[in-house]
Design a protein around this ligand. Structure first.
Ligand code: PLP
Length: 388
């Protein structure tokens, strides 16, 4: 007997990373020395004091029960204080902050909270894939907005037709951006907010990479703009800032109607973040500035090394001001990102992510994550040089 899958799964965009994932697994299991620049997962460990706090909290039986849906008040308090210190934004601890089992969980549940069948979600692409799939699961209609290099990878919101804006309930933004590593100027964010306010659209800003910025650039919060809480919500993650991807903890904050609606969906689906992890997350948010300075310095050195290496091969590479990704246009004579990624894996044992997997406007690019050591990056460039 064969159990049929639900139609909604058939509506998902094709998973274009599948082939490269499979090839990577096969290459690894056959013992080849693969340099993986494909995954957005920090190679550095979670800082020791956070791990120690988890161990301590895990031994306390008070933390062994179902967590509160809305999270520990001490965690929401710590998030509120962090926001105040980092962005000078005040948040109501009870109504404007919602802990999440990683920001992906909240982003993926949000369309269920805001979208009726047939409503439009405005989704810039190339993008972090859950924006697309979550909209489809909620029976919404994705309206894709291309992110093009000539527009500094910002969507042209002023060009979205009025009839689309009238049906739109949600706009996803993600700056600093995965995969393009672009950052958003303040005027862009203000204009986006203004459009969303005018058309009653929820503005969802995914700030997972807000702390990984270089060359003295500091990312703003959308909530710093006056009146932003009328329509905006921001998603944050501890994953990249504190090397905590496996821990599954983040939060949403901002507009209280959106927070309430998301909390309602979640209360029907999950039972909160393991409390010992929330205790450790408080510890993380209270980490001194040296951790982040060191982390950013490390990524910045790797970024420079990789950019220089690729430029020396004649590739046109722009130095990103944020994230740990390089969004690289394929060298002259190449147009197919899957083919190119496959060739790098087969001939150089280097894994990169084909841009088209993030959306059609990503075709012609690859994404390289500098989440490996400088030595491995040098080795990757040397191998690429040998085969290109
Ligand atoms: N948002 C973006 C843009 C990401 O790239 C990622 C992870 O790669 C996430 C959200 C998810 O982060 P988390 O680990 O908090 O679920």
């Amino acid at each position: 007997m064969r159990i049929a899958r639900a139609d909604r799964l058939k509506k998902l965009p094709p998973y274009l990373f599948a082939e490269i994932d499979k090839a990577r697994r096969e290459a690894r299991s056959s013992g080849r020395d693969i340099i993986d620049l494909g995954v957005g997962d920090p190679d550095q460990p979670t800082p020791r004091h956070i791990v120690d706090k988890l161990c301590e909290a895990a031994k306390d039986s008070a933390n062994h029960h179902y967590a509160l849906d809305s999270g520990m008040s001490a965690f929401r308090e710590a998030i509120g204080l962090w926001y105040q210190k980092r962005f000078n934004v005040q948040l109501d601890r009870d109504r404007e902050i919602l802990p999440l089992i990683g920001s992906k969980e909240g982003l993926a549940h949000l369309p269920l909270a805001l979208i009726n069948p047939g409503d439009v979600a405005l989704i810039p692409e190339p993008c972090y894939p859950p924006y697309r799939s979550a909209t489809i699961f909620a029976q919404g209609l994705p309206q894709y907005l291309p992110l093009l290099e000539e527009n500094r990878f910002l969507p042209q919101l002023d060009k979205v037709p009025r009839r689309i804006l009238a049906k739109a309930r949600l706009l996803f933004l993600n700056y600093p951006n995965n995969p393009t590593a672009a950052v958003a100027p303040d005027e862009f964010l203000s204009n986006a907010l203004e459009i969303c306010r005018r058309h009653n659209i929820a503005l969802v800003q995914d700030a997972a990479y807000s702390e990984l910025t270089f060359d003295n650039y500091k990312a703003a919060s959308i909530l710093q703009i006056e009146g932003a809480k009328d329509t905006a919500v921001e998603f944050h993650s501890l994953s990249k800032t504190y090397n905590m991807t496996g821990w599954r903890v983040g939060w949403a904050c901002g507009n209280r109607d959106i927070i309430t609606a998301l909390a309602q969906v979640k209360s029907n689906i999950d039972s909160g973040v393991f409390q010992a992890i929330q205790v450790a997350a408080i510890e993380a948010l209270n980490t001194g500035p040296e951790h982040l300075q060191n982390l950013v310095n490390l990524y910045q050195q790797r970024r420079d090394l990789l950019c220089q290496g690729l430029q020396a091969l004649g590739w046109k590479v722009n130095r990103p001001r944020a994230t740990f990704y390089l969004w690289v246009r394929l060298p002259q004579g190449h147009t197919d990102s899957i083919k190119f990624a496959r060739a790098l894996l087969n001939k150089a044992d280097v894994v990169v992510t084909p841009g088209v997997g993030f959306g059609p406007s990503g075709e012609g690019y690859i994404r390289m994550a500098f989440t490996v050591s400088k030595e491995r990056l040098q080795e990757a460039v040397a191998r690429i040089k040998r085969v290109i």
